[in-house]
Design a binder for this molecule. Structure first.
Ligand SMILES: Cc1cc2nc3c(=O)[nH]c(=O)nc-3n(C[C@H](O)[C@H](O)[C@H](O)COP(=O)(O)O)c2cc1C
Ligand SMILES: Nc1ncnc2c1ncn2[C@@H]1O[C@H](COP(=O)(O)OP(=O)(O)OP(=O)(O)O)[C@@H](O)[C@H]1O
Length: 311
């Protein structure tokens, strides 16, 4: 997959099948559009995802989006929403970017897709130029979950309430974060629960402050654990945002290593305890909760396997 951050540097020999939007999170609705361009691109076209980077807090860093699309499409264009792009008239965007630059042959977007200065461009405008410029427009019906349209906004709302299972369902994969394991004050170790401390990347949306059953990947291996998202107010005045995970079966030294964390379920909000002893007592309960959660998951998946018809 080619990765481009400046549309002017795009060069391609073939015509393209393009989808456009913010693509924050690559949720199930986005995935539907991506399937469309992949399918069309089999007719000797390049599949292109054109993502506007709005510079706001997001579900996915540009690097995470790139990694998720790697091997799926031919080209990812992540374009900062610059003044030039913001003030470009919609018709000019079609002519200059879609037609001249990308040599577009097929466009797949949702019905509410808007673009161009003052968001004057929409699917009607795209349709009105289709014959003249020789492209096909496909307006894809919005993917819903229990009647509500899936959107990045909906997923952020779910995360802000700690509803990570809902967020995971809307995304079609588990929400998470990644970073380098940092040194804490090593207090957790003396309390009996050594934690891997990972700071989120700037602008990355985290779920509601609180305790979650998590999975954490270190050196290629996934471990089950229990983690806290927040600022650990009981032991620190710093208010520095971290995710700290105690992995039940990890016994090595992870400092300086890359870790990926996935949030599985919310247990309780982060709390300011009156003493370290209180904190320790609650974390022990959290650990029991986390172990029981993963055990139950194992039982459920074995049960589901048993229910599957043989052959
Ligand atoms: C499962 C779990 C739950 C936690 N819950 C809280 C909490 O509710 N309030 C809080 O102040 N800190 C909480 N923490 C953070 C601990 O205070 C922190 O991990 C501990 O003090 C060790 O910090 P250190 O890594 O700097 O040594 C929690 C940590 C874990 C692993
Ligand atoms: N649920 C969905 N089903 C199908 N297509 C979608 C869905 N949500 C968005 N799209 C389309 O995907 C492209 C990218 O959407 P975009 O990321 O800008 O919207 P969004 O997910 O609704 O985000 P936000 O909530 O931030 O507005 C657009 O063409 C949009 O119409």
């Amino acid at each position: 997959m080619r990765y481009i951050t400046d549309i002017q540097s795009y060069q391609g020999k073939k015509r393209t099948a393009v989808t456009l939007g913010k693509f924050d999170g690559l949720h199930r609705g986005h995935q539907k559009l991506i399937e469309k361009i992949k399918e069309y691109a089999e007719k000797n076209c390049e599949s292109v995802v054109f993502a506007f980077d709005m510079g706001r807090d997001c579900l996915m860093t540009n690097e995470e989006r790139r990694n998720k699309l790697e091997g799926q499409i031919d080209c990812l264009i992540t374009c900062s929403f610059t003044e030039e792009l913001r003030t470009m008239e919609a018709e000019r965007f079609i002519q200059e970017i879609l037609v001249k630059k990308l040599q577009v042959k097929y466009i797949a977007v949702g019905a509410d897709f808007r673009f161009g200065y003052e968001k004057k461009g929409d699917v009607r405008m795209l349709a009105s130029f289709a014959a003249e410029y020789g492209y096909q427009l496909e307006v894809v019906e919005k993917e819903r979950y229990k009647g509500r349209v899936i959107s990045s906004t909906y997923i952020k709302e779910a995360l802000s309430q700690g509803a990570v299972e809902l967020a995971n369902t809307l995304l079609g994969y588990r929400y998470g974060m990644a970073g380098i394991v940092e040194h804490g004050r090593q207090l957790g170790r003396t309390l009996g629960f050594p934690t891997m401390n990972v700071a989120p990347e700037k602008g990355k949306v985290l779920p509601r402050f609180g305790v979650y059953a998590c999975r954490i990947k270190v050196e290629g291996i996934w471990y089950e654990g229990i983690g806290n998202v927040g600022v650990k107010p009981t032991v620190s005045d710093e208010r520095r945002l971290l995710t700290e995970v105690y992995a039940f079966a990890y016994h090595a030294d992870a400092y300086g290593k890359k870790a990926e964390i996935e949030f599985c379920t919310f247990e309780r909000p982060e709390t300011t305890f009156s003493s370290i002893e209180e904190l320790k007592k609650h974390v022990e309960q959290d650990i029991a909760y986390g172990k029981a959660f993963f055990e139950e998951q194992r039982v459920e998946s074995q049960e589901a396997d048993r229910q599957k018809p043989a052959g």
